[in-house]
Design a protein around this ligand. Structure first.
Ligand code: PLP
Length: 439
């Protein structure tokens, strides 16, 4: 990588080391068209991924009844959130009521998080290729009925393959649930942050769960080694997988229609997308898709916990070869999905000129925002997802007068709720209680 952003300036670095919440704007941002032209992946790959998901839709509809209302397409609603917007305006003294829309990936079928996009997609790629190799699927895939993959012969074929993945929880759920539904053996390596209920659910579905005492990066390294040592194992590489990345990107194709339904299509308002970030694959794939579909109409910001801002540090220093502990940070956060110390070396270079900025939030803010979301809109999100709700509070959103168009009152704040609908009641109420107490 020939990208030497140099060391971040002292003041910024001091704030990051002190775990102070902040917003950072990318000085290397380019117009979407020029930034996208430089990337190794393009629109045709997003379209291919969408076509593959459409081919699998009848099978998914059979395997996962919660996809049936959408005919087997794994998609989430976009909802305006006026009550939340008013609550944020009052509590954080905003100069105007922001226009907020919630992209409800917390309600995605199959696995209840954004990981149901990338994780499911990669398992489907693997299943399709194995079925083609075994001549279960014909050469002309467009005419094939993929429900054949829910028969004994395909299950027997898949049972000879192992899928290995490391996860802070949600990726493991999406890969584990889908892999097991098709008959694959699945081994999920979990970091210490992973919640007990996610491990329990995976075991119930027949996945092997390997627990690690270390952080997420340790679990990824262990899973990579375990997979390499096991013949016939496919490693879902959260740090480097193009398939995961493309699975996430498809969200943007469908969002365009949802935005048009929300607004007078002719108006095409500017929009700020706030994307919770761990290793960077989910938000990176979505940002890549959004810039393809909406161009410079959309600004994309990654949201990270103050204790684990690995992507921000990587954007600043121009290298993915870092760990937040190099900056004196412990990586510990209530946002378990974002508890990641090292960023994706695949996604970082793609975001160099494409990403508008990053911001960080404290655990207290995440608890408070989770609480406010529930109180005002009745929406259940996990603290990782609530990082998206801090976006409308950031300085650019609050500025007036000579502010950029995306900071104007009519701009749409698109908060990507990345997970939470599957949270068990006791876990959710414990979070709400903490959030209620924050002042
Ligand atoms: C709820 C939630 N939001 C956001 C993310 C971030 O995704 P990524 O690690 O691909 O950046 C995760 C990752 O597991 C997650 O579980």
């Amino acid at each position: 990588m020939d990208w030497h952003a140099g060391q971040p300036d002292d003041e910024l670095l001091h704030k990051i080391r002190a775990a102070t919440p902040l917003m950072w704007y990318n000085t290397q941002l380019l117009p979407a068209r020029s930034a996208l032209k430089r990337l190794p992946l393009g629109r045709s790959e997003i379209d291919d991924a969408a076509a593959r998901l459409a081919r699998f839709a009848p099978l998914l509809s059979q395997l996962f009844p919660d996809t049936q209302p959408n005919d087997g397409i794994i998609e989430s609603p976009l909802r305006p959130a006026p009550a939340l917007a008013r609550a944020l305006e009052l509590e954080f003294r905003l100069p105007f009521t922001p226009r907020i829309a919630l992209k409800c990936d917390n309600e995605l079928p199959v696995a209840g998080s954004i990981k149901a996009r990338g994780g499911v997609y990669e398992v489907l790629c693997l299943a399709e290729q194995a079925a083609i190799d075994a001549a279960i699927l014909p050469a002309d895939l467009d005419s094939a009925d993929y429900r054949i993959l829910n028969r004994d012969r395909a299950h027997q074929l898949f049972s000879r393959h192992t899928i290995t993945v490391a996860s802070t929880g949600n990726l493991g759920l999406s890969v584990g649930i889908t892999g097991r539904a098709l008959g694959f053996k699945v081994e999920v390596h979990m970091s210490h942050d992973a919640r007990a209920w996610k491990k329990r659910l995976l075991r119930e579905r027949g996945a092997a769960v390997v627990e690690h005492r270390g952080d997420y990066s340790t679990a990824v390294a262990a899973a990579r080694r375990a997979s390499a040592a096991c013949s016939g194992s496919h490693f879902v590489d959260d740090e480097r997988s193009e398939q995961l990345f493309l699975g996430y990107s498809v969200a943007a194709l469908r969002l365009n229609d949802q935005l048009a339904a929300l607004d007078d299509a002719a108006q095409k308002p500017k929009c700020n997308a706030y994307l919770p970030c761990g290793v960077g694959g989910g938000p990176g794939g979505v940002a890549f898709g959004l810039k393809h579909v909406l161009g410079d109409r959309v600004r994309c910001y990654f949201a990270e916990p103050t204790h684990a801002p690995c992507f921000l540090l990587a954007m600043l220093s121009g290298t993915a070869d870092l760990h937040v502990s190099d900056y004196g940070l412990d990586g510990l956060t209530a946002a378990d999905g974002l508890a990641v110390g090292m960023p994706s070396p695949l996604v970082l270079p793609m975001m160099r000129h494409l990403l508008d900025g990053c911001y960080t939030c404290t655990d207290q803010q995440l608890m408070r925002l989770t609480y406010l979301l529930w109180e005002t809109e009745g929406v259940r999100a996990e603290p990782s997802a609530a990082a998206a709700l801090a976006g409308p509070l950031m300085p650019a959103s609050r500025s007036q007068g000579a502010a950029p168009p995306s900071a104007a009152p009519q701009a749409l704040h698109l908060c990507w709720l990345t997970g939470g609908a599957m949270l068990p009641e006791p876990d959710f109420y414990a979070i709400l209680e903490k959030g209620q107490q924050v002042r």
